[in-house]
Design a protein. Structure first.
Length: 579
């Protein structure tokens, strides 16, 4: 059987130009080689599978090349390059920091550094996972790393830079490798598939790239695994089946059902997802990412943050235009809270279904509920013309026109009656809530408004009718004025007679707050009971409670108040109280 070489090794880059997703680092290294400014020590750090060790090997190969090209690449023709390609170079040493992490290992390395290269220009030492070295090994390595021989170069690679001593970091040129984008990984996978003669759908390669999470080595490993299963044809459905990835169609479908308020359809779609073997936490995480992608699609400047295939991108753009930003933000908040409490929930499926039903009610609440429990602010009074004071004398009529010659004098015109300002109700039984609210500079004390008369109606009513309207008005204050809501539901109004209602308040502050709604409450009760003679009176009965002493000083003062001789004894003995 022919030996199989995995794609991560078979298609490992051999030149800086073929490194994927790290253009800034490869350009810097090539310029340093061309200009003869190669540092004595490098530190390559970043996530797994992004090309740290690959770039270290290419750098070691290039600086030992005898015929470096004008672009800063190795020639691949000289003996040094050929020996490197055959893994037989004596100038390049690769060490694993995890298995060579003791002081003795570093001493052996230092002893080898003293011997100059027999062929080529430099001896290059590549130490992978260098953060695994012990503190003593790092200290033994410091002097050699700071002042190595001119022919020695050190390239350190790690995924955890924060574990390396600052004294080591200060002696190296640090290159931070970034995660490889989904587009770059998908493009490289398409190249590998073409070289291997495999037909692969673009959507399938994008799913592999997303699953790899920025690591090219992981992507190539997944690619080999899927090719082993599917053969020479790699489809979108095959990738979803083998990688346990939920199809985008489910996310788009359930989002449409939630946005339209279709709770039964949402629960049925969730049941289909769970029946396929997907965990609720897996769906919750994926749906949060789906809502995030919809949100970034609503602004043209953030569409570039979407890492999906082109045809999927179009579906995101269409659904993003159909959903409102407020709905997406509230849904994301519900998903986040559900995710935080999912693991501690006893009934995880019910916990997830409740979150989906809450999201389904977002738009329904806006359409069906006329307004939240917030009383609408009274409209500003219309601008009125200044009222002239009543005239006590008739307005002087204009002078009569000059009588023509020869005519009989005409009688002077009769004086016009003076119009006095009178305010009458527009129709019987009308009452102005606005004026009740804004009477007396908006304090709403319930005084009679001079500008509009109340109808002379006083139908009898019972205490039960009054109490029902009282509770109904209190419900309107539940959200905006919780203190008044609690007071009105805890305090029962007292009906002194057929027109006077008394209410007892605990303090002056609550009385001032109650005066702000007094006019509106009185108008509400008058219209509801059809009795416009009703008046509301308040009285404050403060509840003075005796505070329990806690400190030594308070206890002494309370004792001295009951028995003054204790204070006299303290003064005679010149005693102090410890505070």
């Amino acid at each position: 059987m022919q030996n199989f070489i995995v794609s991560a090794r078979k298609y490992r880059p051999q030149t800086f130009e073929t490194v994927v997703g790290q253009p800034s680092i490869t350009s810097t290294l090539k310029n340093a080689i061309r200009n003869g400014q190669v540092a004595q020590a490098f530190l390559f750090c970043g996530p797994r599978g992004v090309g740290k060790t690959t770039c270290a090997r290419i750098l070691a190969k290039t600086i030992n090349c005898e015929h470096i090209t004008d672009t800063g690449e190795a020639c691949d023709q000289c003996p040094s390059c050929l020996s490197f390609n055959e893994n037989s170079s004596f100038n390049i040493y690769e060490l694993d920091g995890a298995s060579n992490n003791s002081v003795d290992d570093i001493r052996n390395l230092v002893d080898q550094v003293r011997i100059p290269p027999q062929m080529g220009h430099y001896k290059v030492y590549i130490i992978d996972e260098v953060h695994m070295l012990s503190a003593s090994a790092f200290n033994a390595f410091l002097k050699t790393l700071e002042e190595p021989p001119s022919y020695a170069k050190f390239i350190l690679a790690t995924t955890e830079k924060h574990k390396i001593l600052p004294t080591i970091l200060s002696r190296c040129q640090i290159f931070d490798f970034r995660r490889i984008t989904v587009e770059d990984i998908a493009g490289h996978l398409a190249h590998v598939a073409q070289m291997e003669g495999i037909t692969a759908e673009e959507d399938a390669l994008h799913i592999i790239a997303q699953k790899a999470d920025g690591a090219m080595r992981d992507a190539l490993s997944i690619f080999d695994q899927l090719v082993s299963f599917a053969g020479n044809s790699l489809t979108y459905e095959t990738v979803l089946l083998n990688l346990n990835v939920l199809d985008y169609d489910y996310y788009f479908r359930i989002t449409g059902q939630i946005y339209s308020g279709d709770i039964p359809g949402t629960l049925i779609t969730l049941d289909e997802i769970l029946a396929k073997g997907f965990d609720g936490q897996h769906f919750l995480t994926g749906y949060g990412e789906h809502l995030r992608d919809l949100l970034v699609c609503q602004d043209p400047s953030t569409v570039k943050l979407l890492e999906v295939a082109p045809n999927i991108r179009q579906r995101y753009l269409e659904q993003a235009q159909a959903c409102s930003s407020d709905f997406l933000l509230k849904s994301l908040d519900i998903v986040n809270r559900c995710d935080l409490n999912y693991k501690i929930s006893n009934n995880k499926r019910l916990h997830l279904e409740l979150a989906l039903m809450q999201m389904s009610m977002l738009n329904r609440a806006v359409e069906e509920t006329p307004a939240p429990a917030r009383p609408a602010p009274a409209p500003a009074p219309a601008k009125r013309e200044p009222v002239r004071p009543p005239a006590t004398t008739p307005i002087t009529p204009p002078p009569p026109p000059a009588k023509p010659a020869g005519d009989h004098p005409s009688p002077p015109p009769a004086p016009q009656p003076v119009k006095t300002m009178e305010t009458k109700p527009s129709f019987p039984g009308s009452i102005s809530i606005k004026k009740s609210l804004h009477g007396n500079n908006g304090k709403g004390d319930g005084a009679a408004v001079e500008e509009e008369e109340l109808p002379d109606i006083a139908d009898p009513f019972t205490f039960e009718q009054l109490n029902a309207l009282w509770i109904e008005f209190a419900e309107k204050l539940r959200i905006d004025k919780p203190h008044l809501f609690s007071m009105m539901t805890a305090r029962t109004p007292e009906l002194k007679n057929e027109r006077e209602i008394n209410i007892q308040l605990d303090n002056k502050l609550l009385e001032e707050e109650f005066h702000g709604i007094r006019g509106e409450l009185m108008s509400f009760l008058r219209s509801g009971l059809n009795n416009y003679k009703i008046e509301i009176q308040t009285r404050v009965v403060e509840n003075h409670t005796t505070l329990k002493p806690y400190t030594d000083k308070e206890k002494f003062e309370q004792m001295a108040a009951k028995n003054p001789e204790i204070q006299t004894l303290r003064e005679q003995l010149d005693l102090d109280i410890e505070y």
